[in-house]
Design a protein around this ligand. Sequence first.
Ligand SMILES: [Fe+2]
Ligand SMILES: [Fe+2]
Length: 255
Amino acid sequence: MRLLFLGDIVGSAGREAVIRALPALRAELKLDYVVANGENCSGGKGLIPRHADALFAAGVDVITGGNHTFQHRELYPYLESTPGITRPLNYPPGAPGRGIAECGDLVVINLIGRAFMPAHYDDPFRAVDAALAGMSANRFIVVDFHAEATSEKQAMGWHLDGRVTFVVGTHTHVPTADCRLLRHGTAYCTDAGMCGARDSVIGDDIQAVLSKFLTQMPTRLAPAEGPAVINGVLVEADDTTRRALQIERVDREVS
Ligand SMILES: [Fe+2]
Ligand SMILES: [Fe+2]
């Protein structure tokens, strides 16, 4: 099984790059599944159903979320009605949507971290334990841990080592160089990075972000435009044991 996980897709630059590049990437990398974090797809914050539909049409199998998933209210019924989309599992009860998506023999679990994050979510460690307790072991399980702190992400990797196929971090939009197999066969990467404008500050317009830092005034941020990067992580896993065999970065520039 070969799976590509794409980091947070940011704004139209990221969206259009993924939509344009994915059909060829699927063939070139012989992909069975594509999972992408979509929390910044629409205007840089959140996701609207039309953009989710476009990603699915381009070859994304499962769209995951994060702290910006609930930005646009029109997504709420879509989260309930669309099996291929997740929001973090450990939101408190009552949040719309689901934290787990199933697609063939793939299960995607979406979690959100608590260290340095703006809200107090439920415990992601206990949430994933409870989810795995009720789950058949005979499937590929991929966990998108949407979190700020590298330590919390690494801890989650070890917590899940040997119990899932792949643990990947999202949210920082900066790709990390630590792709590896953990001791018991789980592939791990602290952050997938982003799909968005190359010349940007984590996907946003450089001048707007600089103005915010320099003046400390409230500033409306917007996604940057121009040539885009696609940051992703490719994992190959054994069809019988469901353990990871190989993990590598896939980072491309799309003009
Ligand atoms: Fe993000
Ligand atoms: Fe985020």
